[in-house]
Ligand binder design. Structure first.
Ligand code: BG6
Length: 516
């Protein structure tokens, strides 16, 4: 009989044993900004898919809060349409939707109006009675950061926040961007922690909800073969790419203030760096994992001042070009972007991690909008052979590539003998693909993260000190690139892999970016 992997019987260390993969306790989720893009595209489809998969508690409700003039029924109809459009599983199953929609309520009002929070309180109490949600509340701020203070004050004044030791829970999920720089992130942390305990705060970074990102921990800590090699003795350099063919869509106003360093590096890309570089945690729990990630952020050599920035940072901005054969505008021609904007849409960085494991191993990271395609991957390049038996240049160094998205999987590049009478090595690849190995589609990042927030598991959420440490690194770079001593903002054509200066960043070290 052929060997068939019995996936269902293999305990997933992220969900079994080490972590209670239980159905969350009954609760009501409150979505501030419920008429916005995030609620339509991500949150409601995620809740629906959780309901479909039987992951939500039987007693569950969602209250939307926004200034849009909806009532309960209009909110349900609007969200039904959004779920029909954006759910990863289609068509929508009416029976499941109906049951889910019965628990939906809507509160119309401004976040600065105490009456909004009184109405919210009444709706939550009604849900406690009709849906048995038992007083547990998860508040989700799917709103711009400028509203956080108002929302927190409104919740506190209305008595909707319980102390951390209360038998019912109140937790808050805060969307990115978490601050604009180190000072504002600290101020935001201070404000949030005046009202809530750290254990009640869930700062979301949706990259941590991606299966392939979580799998980095399984790859590293559930296999014995990598650990002996995962250090400066065997690794030559690490390359991390987070590229998108998308431009800034309709987000010109936001992007002008953010730019690629705030939008992608401070959060998603640094999370990939920490998970790749961290030491094994002492346990698989929220604080142990986050302690190790924090140590990596603290060990990254700061890039301070114009000279260091010039040596380790390349910033770029896309000009008009073509993607998949279609002409696209340059960044400065996008709506709500200044004609002389200096906002970077591309960055390449050389990071050095000053610790025993990684000393001398550069981590080259790059991220950009309007690159030729969507591709996020981590490539661990191993050192070349000390001596080749097959002729100079006959073999390429081994590379382990973790494809975060798309075509999620892991590939190991190694040399094999080309069949024939001679010893001719050629590089081949051993490839693991999620799609074929597991045969089922991965859940959306938001599904996993919402479920964890309801369960009270903070492992995949960023802690106060972690967010601040990431900001500290990025802030030091921003200070230079947003000053009169800024390095040149290099142009790159939309549809290319970024400015040639980014290639030089590696070629000066005798290396090159992988061709994706
Ligand atoms: C968001 C950024 O956080 O992540 C966007 O604001 C970016 O600019 C997006 O496009 C990328 O996410 P994903 O999951 O598509 O890689």
């Amino acid at each position: 009989m052929p060997y068939l992997p019995e996936h269902d019987e293999v305990p997933n260390p992220l969900s079994a044993g080490l972590r209670a993969a239980t159905t969350p306790e009954p609760c009501a989720v409150v979505v501030f900004g419920a008429s916005g893009d995030l609620a339509h595209r991500k949150l409601m489809p995620a809740f629906y898919n959780l309901a479909l998969g039987g992951h939500l508690p039987g007693a569950f409700g969602v209250v939307g809060v926004a200034i849009t003039d909806f009532d309960d029924n209009k909110f349900r109809a609007e969200m039904r349409e959004a779920v029909g459009k954006f759910s990863r599983i289609k068509p929508v199953q009416e029976e499941v939707w109906q049951d889910f929609a019965d628990g939906m309520r809507y509160v119309n009002g401004g976040f600065d109006d105490p009456a909004t929070f009184q109405k919210l309180k009444a709706k939550l109490e009604e849900l406690d009675h009709t849906r048995a949600t038992r007083g547990n509340r998860l508040f989700y701020c799917a709103t711009p950061p400028s509203t956080f203070a108002m929302i927190l004050k409104g919740l506190k004044d209305a008595g909707l926040i319980y102390p951390p030791n209360h038998p019912c829970y109140s937790r808050i999920v805060v969307e990115k961007p978490f601050g604009h720089d180190l000072a504002s992130a600290r101020a935001l942390n201070k404000m949030v922690l005046e009202v809530l305990d750290e254990k009640q705060v869930f700062r979301i970074d949706h990259y941590l909800g991606k299966e392939t990102v979580q799998n980095l921990m399984v790859l590293r800590f559930a296999n014995s073969i990598w650990e002996p090699l995962w250090n400066n003795k065997y690794v030559d350099h690490v390359e991390i790419t987070a590229g998108e063919e998308l431009g800034i869509e309709a987000r010109g106003k936001y992007y002008e203030e953010a730019g690629i360093l705030r939008d992608m590096i401070q959060n998603h890309v640094l999370q990939l760096v920490t998970l790749t570089a961290m030491e094994p945690p002492v346990a698989f729990d929220a604080d142990a994992v986050r302690d190790e990630k924090l140590k990596v952020l603290r060990a990254i050599r700061p890039i301070i001042g114009p000279d260091e920035v010039a040596q380790s940072v390349v910033v770029g901005q896309y000009t008009a070009g073509s993607i998949f054969g279609a002409d696209v505008a340059g960044y400065r021609q996008e709506a709500n972007v200044a004609a002389d904007s200096r906002t970077p849409t591309y960055v390449a960085l050389k990071l050095l991690i000053n610790n025993w494991r990684w000393d001398g191993v550069p981590f080259y990271v790059r991220s950009g909008k309007r690159l030729p395609k969507r591709a996020t991957e981590i490539a661990v390049h191993f050192k070349p052979l000390p001596h080749s038996l097959f002729g100079a240049g006959a073999t390429q160094p081994n590379v382990l590539v973790v494809r975060v998205q798309p075509e999620e999987g892991i590939a190991l590049r190694f040399s094999a003998k080309v069949p024939g009478e001679r010893y001719r090595p050629r590089t081949v690849s051993m490839d693991f693909r999620y799609g074929t190995a597991f045969g089922s589609a991965s859940p959306e990042a938001y599904e996993r993260l919402l479920l964890d927030a309801m369960r009270g598991d903070q492992t995949l959420f960023t802690r106060k000190d972690e967010v601040e440490a990431a900001w500290k690194l990025v802030d030091q770079i921003l200070r230079v690139i947003e000053s009169p001593e800024a390095p040149r903002l290099c142009e790159y054509e939309a549809g290319s892999w970024g400015p040639s200066e980014a290639d030089q960043l590696l070629s000066l070290d005798g290396r090159a970016w992988r061709r994706l």
